[in-house]
Each structure stands twice: as C-alpha cells, then as structure tokens.
Write a protein that binds this ligand. Structure first.
Ligand code: BGC
Length: 352
C-alpha cells in the first residue's frame, strides 16, 4: 500500500491517493476526498489489467464534476422529493440540487468531504477505514452523524464495503457507493453490450423528476425484467414512460430477499469482449441501476477520454429513494442509540 499526494482542494485541503493491491494483481486507487475510487484495475480473461471505473485525472475534475464518479454518497443516497421531509413533527428543508429535488446528500455531500483514513493489511486482504463526522444541520439534516466506511480488497477479488453510522438525533441515513463501471475497460465505449441479471421481481416506478410514485411494481412484461441475463441495450430505447423519465435505466430495483440476514445476490454483470464478470451482494433492500444516461461527453475523463451517453453504469445498493416521504417503504430513519450497518460486496471474475 502506498500513499501519495493527489492535489489540493479549492478549500486548501491536501488530498492523498492510496494505492492497494491484492495477491491477484488487482489494483485499487482511492482518495481521502469523498472516498473516491479513482481506478480499479482488474484482469480480463487473458490476464490483461484494465481500469474498469470512470473518473478524472485530477482533483479539480472531481471538484467540478457533477456525476459523483466513484464516491461515497451520504447522508442520503438518491432523491428526496422537493428537498423536504417531516420527522417527529418537524419539517426539514434540504438543498434542491437536482431540479425540484434533493440528490445524493446535497451540494456538499459526503462525496465532497475529506475523510480520515486508516489503512490496514491482513494476510488475505488490504483495506482502508474512512471516518467522517457530519455536523448537526449540515446540508439541512438533523443531528451529528458519525460515519465509518471500510473498503476491503480481498485476495479472492472481492471488494467489500462496510458502512456504519450513529447519530445523536433521529435522521435519515442512506449510504452508498457511486462507482461507474465499464467492464470492457478504460471507458472508451458504451455499456449497452454488458449482460445484466438482477435478482429483483419488482421495482419502484418514478415520476418525471425521478421520484418514486410509491407503487411497487412487478417487472413482469416490462423492460425492467432482468431476471434472466439480458444486454443493457436490448430494450433501453423502447417507447416506455419509465424509460423516458430516466432517459434509460435510472431506477430502484426491489431486491428479492428470503429472510436472510447477510448479503444476498443483487446483480450479475458480464462483459462479453473481456470476459469480466462482476457480481454484487448486499444487505440493502434496493439497488439503483443507472445506465449513465446523463453522461454527454462534455466532461473529459481519465486520459482525456470523453465519457459519452451510456459509457458507464452504476449499481448503487441502497434503501429506496425518497423513503423519508414514503411511509410504505422500509424506514431510513436512524435513532440515537441505534447503529446503522450495511454491507455490499462486489466480486470480480472472468468467464470464458
Ligand atoms: C441518479 C441519477 C444521477 C446520477 C449522477 C444516480 O444515482 O439516480 O439520476 O444522474 O446518480 O448524478
């Protein structure tokens, strides 16, 4: 493991990049700014290492960007309608940083925070523990929140995210990781050939501003049915109101659970040209599958690559969007004395 300077923020903070490697040669580079994964180099079926995540070459790219490439998202992943919610009789007002809605924790979410980092090395893994204290009233949220996120890269090519939080007042919490993947490597073409399987019989339809309507709908007979392996591009441009609202996939899938306590399979993604396979396991009840519809080639990514429409996808394990305003959704409220715990595992392998 090494630690090197990565730049200085506009606020004057010195930012470091940590480079981690496992016994298989997988290389992960991460910033203390936002816990951002700047690169992840994984072997293809011929043993060739390619970078499978989108990002920028410089810190300024991340500071200017609005795509949340690679970052920890908090205090609340995805949208809260009109930037408002009521808790214990009090209404809280949050930034409207996405049309009429609040997105990914606001203007200065956890993705822009400088986290304390403690590296660790174990016989079978290497990792980083990130710590951040979000102050009472930050971005409009109630209570001081102590957040800890641990990234572990194992010698079995698993990347494990463990989230932990506690608060001194009741507050919504919904932490996730916002890496964009292109398993073909280097983000130089679209992700429409990636073959996706989702362990989800249902999803949460949205309105035109991407806020869930409250309905939990069967995927049966819709372009949202990924229960058998299907290329992302197979149905993405169908004339379907939900696809129009998202300009493609930008929806929360309700993961099938059978009462298990530990992480369960959420998704499998296979990229035919490289043979790379990524699987996602999580303790969370939902996952946002975002097919990079708002990427438009204007932001220059790593090595000057223009990330065009659908050049990367994100799979954000989470509680459902807008849960603080939807009593029928699993609760996202953390009370004092309780512990927020969540675990997501990405596994990487190859298929002939
Ligand atoms: C959201 C998208 C948004 C993207 C980047 C995703 O989690 O669902 O609507 O454009 O993040 O901001």
């Amino acid at each position: 493991m090494t630690r090197e300077p990565f730049g200085t923020t506009a606020r004057g903070e010195a930012i470091s990049v940590y480079t981690l490697r496992n016994a298989r040669g997988t290389e992960l580079r991460v910033l203390d700014y936002g816990g951002i994964i700047v690169s992840l180099k994984i072997a293809d079926r011929n043993g060739r290492l390619d970078d499978v995540v989108l990002g920028y070459d410089s810190l300024a790219g991340y500071e200017r960007g609005s795509s949340y490439f690679g970052a920890i998202i908090g205090r609340y992943g995805n949208r809260i309608a009109k930037g408002r919610f009521t808790l214990d009789g009090r209404t809280y007002v949050l930034a409207r940083n996405n049309g009429p809605n609040h997105l990914h924790g606001g203007r200065n979410g956890f993705d822009r925070a400088v986290w304390g980092v403690a590296p660790f090395e174990r016989p079978d893994s290497v990792g980083l523990v990130f710590r951040y204290t979000s102050r009472d009233g930050e971005e409009g949220y109630p209570g001081t929140l102590q957040a800890t996120v641990t990234y572990t890269l194992t010698n079995r090519n698993e990347l494990i995210f463990d989230y932990h939080a506690s608060a001194d007042k009741a507050t919504p919490v919904n932490l996730t990781q916002h890496s964009y993947f292109n398993l073909a490597g280097d983000g130089t073409r679209d992700i429409l050939d990636h073959v996706v399987t989702l362990n989800a019989d249902r999803f949460t339809p949205v309105d035109s501003t991407l806020i869930p309507t409250g309905e939990i709908k069967s995927v049966q007979g819709t372009p949202f049915d990924f229960r058998t392996p299907t290329p992302i591009g197979a149905r993405i441009d169908r004339d379907d109101a939900q696809l129009r609202f998202g300009r493609g996939y930008d929806h929360n899938f309700v993961l099938n659970k059978a009462g298990e306590r530990g992480p369960t399979l959420a998704a499998r993604v296979y990229e035919p040209a490289s043979g790379r396979v990524m699987q996602i396991y999580t303790t969370e009840p939902g996952m946002q599958f975002y097919s990079g519809n708002f990427l438009d080639g204007t932001a220059r990514g790593k090595h000057g690559v223009a990330y065009r429409h659908r050049y990367g996808f994100a799979m954000e394990t989470q509680h459902y969007p807008d849960s603080p305003n939807e009593p029928g959704f699993p609760s996202t409220i953390l009370h004092p004395g309780e512990e927020y715990r969540s675990r997501t595992i990405y596994t990487f392998a190859v298929q002939p």
